[in-house]
Design a protein around this ligand. Structure first.
Ligand SMILES: Cc1cc2nc3c(=O)[nH]c(=O)nc-3n(C[C@H](O)[C@H](O)[C@H](O)COP(=O)(O)OP(=O)(O)OC[C@H]3O[C@@H](n4cnc5c(N)ncnc54)[C@H](O)[C@@H]3O)c2cc1C
Length: 300
């Protein structure tokens, strides 16, 4: 399959890229990052932009650094760089482990951190990570930089708060606080496939062993990643244990709105997964407390 005709521009700086977007504001323009989602859409002619603005020559958008308790990751950083980063492994083990579940090595060699966030696929790992970790997105447009909290960034199926004239430039995730238990689980038919569903959880306990903080996000089950605030509320102040995880799973399953139904899995199966994954993620997060190290391998 071949894409429809388009013009192509490959700016060398962020400033040039934003100027191009602004000059062509009235046309159908697409930004090209790793191309792992966009190129198939072009080839199938599900996207027919008049102009592609390729960010691959903009070196200033590729970095991973620690700043004031955050990991700042340039939008054009390849997932492979995240997977190979000792800084990420040490400071944000959830991101480190979850990255290994994104597609195959070939996809991670090209696919970018910013591309996954901007594409906002409901089954993608990165938007779920952004929500559970409380990430911040930075975008630059003609009017300057905008900072957008993850919960405001992801709007619905493949939709974000980015304006057509904006480039997502940086994704910031907080360094994982000590004594935080975490889990990132997904169910996929084969390793490397998009997940049929997944769950990620962060848990902290108070001095008495009760849950003092909990964040849980499900992905791949409905139109976007969803944070389970009702379930989090149920957990606070409770002693962790199987009965509590069971109750949390039942609430997650009941509360899942409009589960997806497609050729891969029925809505009923996805509702079931919401409960099972929530229960398991909580058990794994609490079980990891005190261990402090990433697990040996991801799963999927
Ligand atoms: C076989 C296969 C399996 C895959 N499996 C998974 C998987 O298991 N999990 C998963 O999460 N993903 C998976 N992917 C998708 C992959 O992770 C993509 O890399 C990712 O979704 C998009 O990143 P990209 O850099 O390739 O972006 P592109 O494909 O270049 O762009 C995607 C979209 O984001 C926009 N965009 C990109 N960068 C920016 C930016 N900086 N500012 C504004 N807009 C921008 C583009 O205009 C486009 O609309 C898979 C892909 C393939 C081909």
């Amino acid at each position: 399959m071949k894409p429809a005709r388009f013009e192509y521009a490959a700016p060398h700086t962020l400033h040039e890229a934003v100027s191009l977007l602004q000059q062509h504001e009235d046309e159908d323009v697409k930004i090209l990052a790793g191309g792992q989602s966009l190129v198939p859409l072009l080839n199938m002619r599900m996207a027919r932009p008049e102009l592609l603005v390729d960010l691959n020559r903009i070196g200033e958008l590729q970095y991973i650094r620690e700043e004031d308790g955050w990991l700042a990751i340039g939008a054009m950083t390849r997932k492979r760089a995240v997977e190979e980063s000792e800084l990420v492994r040490q400071r944000q083990p959830v991101l480190f482990e979850a990255t290994k579940l994104v597609g195959h090595p070939q996809i991670r060699n090209r696919g970018t951190v910013g591309g996954s966030m901007a594409h906002a696929d409901p089954a993608a790992e990165y938007p779920a990570l952004a929500l559970v970790l409380g990430a911040e997105m930075r975008a630059v447009g003609p009017g300057g930089e905008r900072r957008i909290a993850a919960e405001d960034f992801f709007q619905s199926y493949l939709m974000t708060a980015l304006e057509p004239v904006e480039v997502l430039t940086e994704v910031r995730v907080p360094v994982l606080e000590a004594e935080t238990g975490w889990s990132f689980l997904e169910v996929a038919r084969r390793h490397g496939d998009f997940a049929l569903g997944g769950a990620t959880a962060l848990v902290r306990l108070d001095g008495g062993g009760s849950i003092s903080q909990a964040r849980i996000v499900l992905f791949g089950l409905s139109a976007g990643s969803v944070r389970l605030e009702e379930v989090e509320g149920l957990l606070i102040g409770q002693r962790p244990g199987d009965a509590l995880y069971e109750e949390a799973g039942a609430l997650a399953s009941r509360g899942l709105e409009d589960p997806l139904s497609d050729t891969h899995a029925s809505a009923e199966y996805r509702r079931h997964l919401a409960g099972v994954l929530t229960k398991r993620a909580l058990g794994e997060a609490v079980g990891r407390l005190g261990a402090g190290q990433p697990s040996e391998e991801g799963r999927g």
